[in-house]
Design a protein around this ligand. Structure first.
Ligand code: CO
Length: 133
Protein backbone atom coordinates (compact mmCIF):
# COMPACT_ATOMS: atom_id res chain seq x y z
CA UNK A 1 0.00 0.00 0.00
CA UNK A 2 2.84 2.40 0.89
CA UNK A 3 5.48 2.91 -1.77
CA UNK A 4 7.77 5.49 -0.16
CA UNK A 5 8.09 8.07 2.55
CA UNK A 6 6.67 11.18 0.87
CA UNK A 7 7.61 13.84 3.38
CA UNK A 8 8.10 14.85 6.96
CA UNK A 9 6.06 17.95 7.79
CA UNK A 10 7.73 20.37 10.20
CA UNK A 11 5.89 23.29 11.77
CA UNK A 12 7.96 26.47 11.91
CA UNK A 13 7.26 29.84 13.48
CA UNK A 14 9.12 31.85 10.82
CA UNK A 15 9.07 30.25 7.39
CA UNK A 16 11.65 32.55 5.76
CA UNK A 17 14.10 32.10 8.63
CA UNK A 18 13.59 28.33 8.59
CA UNK A 19 14.17 28.09 4.82
CA UNK A 20 17.38 30.05 5.21
CA UNK A 21 18.46 27.84 8.11
CA UNK A 22 17.90 24.64 6.11
CA UNK A 23 19.77 26.14 3.19
CA UNK A 24 22.75 27.23 5.26
CA UNK A 25 23.05 24.28 7.63
CA UNK A 26 21.90 21.33 5.53
CA UNK A 27 22.72 22.69 2.08
CA UNK A 28 19.19 22.00 0.86
CA UNK A 29 17.53 24.18 -1.78
CA UNK A 30 13.76 24.63 -1.90
CA UNK A 31 12.14 22.89 -4.87
CA UNK A 32 8.54 23.96 -4.34
CA UNK A 33 6.57 26.59 -2.50
CA UNK A 34 2.80 26.76 -2.22
CA UNK A 35 0.12 28.46 -0.20
CA UNK A 36 -2.53 25.86 0.66
CA UNK A 37 -5.53 27.88 1.87
CA UNK A 38 -7.52 24.74 2.57
CA UNK A 39 -4.95 23.66 5.18
CA UNK A 40 -4.11 27.18 6.39
CA UNK A 41 -0.43 26.79 5.56
CA UNK A 42 2.32 28.03 3.35
CA UNK A 43 4.68 25.17 2.62
CA UNK A 44 8.19 24.89 1.26
CA UNK A 45 9.52 21.55 0.06
CA UNK A 46 13.14 20.41 -0.03
CA UNK A 47 13.90 17.26 -2.01
CA UNK A 48 15.86 14.58 -0.15
CA UNK A 49 16.26 11.65 -2.52
CA UNK A 50 12.76 10.77 -3.70
CA UNK A 51 11.21 12.22 -0.52
CA UNK A 52 10.76 15.73 0.82
CA UNK A 53 11.16 17.75 3.94
CA UNK A 54 8.15 20.06 4.19
CA UNK A 55 8.40 23.24 6.23
CA UNK A 56 4.99 24.53 7.28
CA UNK A 57 4.25 28.11 8.19
CA UNK A 58 0.79 28.88 9.59
CA UNK A 59 -1.41 31.39 7.71
CA UNK A 60 -2.91 32.45 11.05
CA UNK A 61 -3.23 31.47 14.73
CA UNK A 62 -6.63 29.79 14.20
CA UNK A 63 -5.30 27.23 11.73
CA UNK A 64 -4.26 23.66 12.62
CA UNK A 65 -0.56 24.50 12.36
CA UNK A 66 -1.11 27.83 14.17
CA UNK A 67 -2.73 25.98 17.06
CA UNK A 68 0.00 23.32 16.99
CA UNK A 69 2.68 26.03 17.25
CA UNK A 70 0.86 27.74 20.11
CA UNK A 71 0.45 24.57 22.16
CA UNK A 72 3.59 22.58 21.31
CA UNK A 73 5.98 24.98 19.64
CA UNK A 74 7.93 24.35 16.43
CA UNK A 75 8.79 20.76 15.54
CA UNK A 76 7.72 17.64 13.69
CA UNK A 77 4.04 17.97 12.78
CA UNK A 78 3.27 14.93 10.62
CA UNK A 79 4.71 12.03 8.64
CA UNK A 80 3.44 11.52 5.10
CA UNK A 81 3.50 8.22 3.23
CA UNK A 82 3.24 7.97 -0.55
CA UNK A 83 0.59 5.51 -1.67
CA UNK A 84 -0.63 4.36 -5.06
CA UNK A 85 -4.29 4.78 -4.19
CA UNK A 86 -5.23 7.02 -1.28
CA UNK A 87 -8.91 5.99 -1.35
CA UNK A 88 -7.94 2.31 -1.10
CA UNK A 89 -5.51 3.10 1.73
CA UNK A 90 -8.28 4.93 3.61
CA UNK A 91 -10.59 1.97 3.11
CA UNK A 92 -8.03 -0.39 4.61
CA UNK A 93 -7.42 1.87 7.63
CA UNK A 94 -11.16 2.29 8.18
CA UNK A 95 -11.60 -1.50 8.06
CA UNK A 96 -8.87 -1.78 10.71
CA UNK A 97 -10.76 0.67 12.93
CA UNK A 98 -8.19 3.45 12.66
CA UNK A 99 -9.81 6.88 13.18
CA UNK A 100 -9.47 9.20 10.21
CA UNK A 101 -9.30 12.98 9.98
CA UNK A 102 -10.37 12.85 6.31
CA UNK A 103 -13.04 10.31 5.40
CA UNK A 104 -12.42 10.96 1.70
CA UNK A 105 -9.32 12.18 -0.18
CA UNK A 106 -8.90 15.90 -0.80
CA UNK A 107 -6.56 17.99 -2.93
CA UNK A 108 -3.05 18.54 -1.55
CA UNK A 109 -0.16 20.62 -2.85
CA UNK A 110 1.60 19.83 -6.15
CA UNK A 111 -1.64 18.41 -7.56
CA UNK A 112 -1.61 15.46 -5.18
CA UNK A 113 -4.55 13.78 -3.47
CA UNK A 114 -4.15 13.48 0.27
CA UNK A 115 -5.87 12.37 3.45
CA UNK A 116 -4.93 12.69 7.12
CA UNK A 117 -5.18 9.85 9.62
CA UNK A 118 -5.89 10.74 13.25
CA UNK A 119 -2.87 10.61 15.59
CA UNK A 120 -4.85 8.69 18.22
CA UNK A 121 -4.90 5.73 15.84
CA UNK A 122 -1.19 5.96 15.03
CA UNK A 123 0.57 6.17 18.37
CA UNK A 124 0.33 9.94 18.64
CA UNK A 125 1.69 10.64 15.15
CA UNK A 126 -0.40 12.59 12.67
CA UNK A 127 -0.12 10.60 9.44
CA UNK A 128 -0.80 11.86 5.93
CA UNK A 129 -1.33 9.69 2.87
CA UNK A 130 -0.22 11.18 -0.46
CA UNK A 131 -1.07 10.02 -3.95
CA UNK A 132 0.74 11.70 -6.82
CA UNK A 133 -1.60 13.52 -9.21
CO1 CO B 1 2.13 17.21 4.51
Amino acid sequence: MITELDHVGIAVADLEAAVEHYRRTLGLEPVHRERVEDQGVEEVLFAVGTSYVQLLGALGPETPVGRFLASRGPGVHHVAYRVEDVAAALERLRAEGVPLVDEVPRPGSRGTRIAFVHPKGMGGVLVELVQEG
